[in-house]
Each structure stands twice: as structure tokens, then as C-alpha cells.
Design a protein around this ligand. Sequence first.
Ligand code: FES
Length: 150
Amino acid sequence: MPVYKLKVNGQTLSVDADDNTPVLWVLRDHFDLVGTKFGCGIGQCGACTIHVDGVATRSCLLPVSAATDMEITTIEGLSKNASHPIQLAWKEVDVPQCGYCQAGQMMTAAAFIKNNTTPNTSEIRDAMSGNICRCAAYNRIEKAVELAAN
Ligand code: FES
């Protein structure tokens, strides 16, 4: 199997993997970055969202062979001591119920507020609409995104 070098959270890491191995599994199984979650594996739920060159990306759909020259950020690398405005707002609003989808939610939200610092409710709903929450914490998610952006 080929060896791929990935830039993850500011570090260059190597992995021996098949070309089509999703970055999700490289992060979790090879780099022990288990904050990124597996939900559906087919790009439908958003649980596996990471940043690739600053853009919210579904890591279950990204083959390792396509990720070598990109800056990958996971929830573990979003900030030091969970101090990103999104993480602080998530705590303030007490968003999670079961918590499983929350890393993906926060990664989508963090990429969104970087480009829109004054989002209205409809823009927040639109931006977050691809991230499914089985506990239906959508109202608290919206509130936290709004708080973090302002
Ligand atoms: Fe990637 Fe659901 S696990 S979108």
C-alpha cells in the first residue's frame, strides 16, 4: 500500500493506506483523532465534517489519495483548550444532548461564521441544514451559532 503524508492540525502525519480509504478512517484508526465521527458514510449526515483548506468537508467522502496537499483541521485542532468562539458558545448554550453529531456540527458552524459574521436565522439554518442531529437540538445549535458569530 502507498504511504500518504497528510497535514493534520499543523502536523505532517504519514499513513500506509489504500488510495480510496476515506480520510475519516485515516483520522480515527491511524491517527487516533476520534473526535471526527462516523454517521452514515455516504455524505448525508455531517457527523464526519472536518475543514480542508478551511472549507467544511465530509471526511467520509474524501479519499486519502486526494488529501495530501491540503490543510486538514479536525475538532481536536480547531483551537487550544476548546476556546474557539463556536466551542465557547456551544458550552454557554449547553447544546449537546447525546453529543454524537456535535463535532461535525461545530466544524460546519466554525467554517460558516468565518465567512459570515452577522448571519440571520435563515442563513444559519441553511448553513447547518446538512448536519443531522437525532436528538433534534436544532434550536440550541442555531442559538449557539448566532452567539458565536456576534
Ligand atoms: Fe460522513 Fe455521514 S459520516 S456525512
